[in-house]
Design a protein around this ligand. Structure first.
Ligand code: NAD
Length: 294
């Protein structure tokens, strides 16, 4: 059984990006620049943004965090988005989700210029991905594919079961793995909260991708011998022994499932670091795509 080391693969990707940026600087070009809009003080969002800023530093990117109060109006946020769209010094930006209830997330996502949409959530990028055109792919699904490739996991003709149908993980990872490409060429089944015979389906999976946000939901009896397990879930669970009073848990019962599978991603240290490395990959790609169009 192989424990897939997302932390190590992510570090390799950042190193490659940093070498590319060094070349850009030698050519006298401006450093790629990522902006992050952080609304309110959700602790998990603050950690995610902090980690993204740190990854930017390691890649040689510059970064800016735009902080807005939790009670900001949708109009004020949309104004900020218009500014970022127009700012030629910003190559790409994220609006960290979730947003407070007074703001419509979809309206915000659609206001982002798709040529600066480093998260790959804009309908233009989603649509292009769906029909196999080049563009920006959502960070977590792309990071998962990078891991499968790096670990030599064969996907062609395999049955991939995805649990979760969110717009940011479940659906797009299914879209990418069903594509006529490699990694891809899988037969894909998507399961969700209304699936009635879940265990029967997950037991058929050669590759099982779990993105639901329910700690330790997937147990050993739900997994076929020799399957590849990709655990996307990250939940904070109370833990009196941990310094912060909580620890991170995945959607998979790692200790028991690892005995049955061929490959498994741990939480933390599996998909999480790849999401950020994939975001960095997207920023460099946006910069190159936009430079080519000048
Ligand atoms: P979401 O809440 O938007 O969607 C959850 C999905 O799980 C839904 O489609 C729902 O139908 C399905 N689901 C819920 N309970 C289920 C059940 N009992 N049986 C079957 N399906 C069920 O979630 P999301 O945004 O896709 O995130 C899922 C998890 O992945 C969360 O823990 C999140 O924190 C984590 N996440 C991690 C990364 C990363 O980089 N590692 C990135 C994004 C999300």
């Amino acid at each position: 059984m192989v424990v897939i080391d997302g932390k190590k693969v992510a570090a390799e990707i950042r190193k490659k990006i940093s070498a590319e940026v060094d070349k850009m600087i030698l050519r006298g070009e401006r450093r790629p620049h990522l902006a992050a809009v952080l609304v309110g003080d959700n602790p998990a969002s603050q950690t995610y943004v902090r980690n993204k800023v740190r990854a930017c530093d390691e890649c040689g990117f510059s970064s800016t965090v735009v902080r807005m109060k939790a009670d900001v109006s949708e109009d004020e946020l949309l104004e900020k988005i218009t500014e970022l769209n127009a700012n030629p010094e910003v190559d790409g930006y994220i609006v960290q989700l979730p947003l407070p209830p007074q703001i419509c997330e979809q309206r915000v996502i659609e206001a982002i210029d798709y040529r600066k949409d480093v998260d790959g959530f804009h309908p233009m990028n989603v649509g292009r991905m769906s029909i196999g055109l080049p563009g920006i792919k959502p960070a977590t699904p792309q990071g998962i594919l990078m891991l499968l490739e790096r670990y030599g996991v064969e996907t062609q003709g395999k049955h991939c079961v995805v649990i979760g149908r969110s717009n940011i993980v479940g659906r797009p990872v299914a879209t990418l793995l069903v594509q006529k490409a490699l990694p891809g060429n899988c037969t894909v089944t998507i399961c969700h909260s209304a699936t009635s015979n879940l265990k029967e389906i997950t037991r058929l999976a050669d590759i099982l991708i779990v993105a639901i946000g329910v700690p330790h939901f997937v147990t050993a009896d739900m997994v076929k011998d020799g399957a590849v397990i990709i655990d996307v879930g990250i939940s904070r669970v109370e833990d009196g022994d941990a310094p912060r009073g909580y620890s991170l848990a995945g959607d998979v019962d790692f200790e028991n499932v690892k005995e049955k599978c061929s490959h498994i991603t741990p939480v933390p240290g599996g998909v999480g670091p790849m999401t950020i490395a994939s975001l960095m990959t997207n920023l460099l790609k946006l910069r190159q795509m936009n430079d080519n169009q000048k």
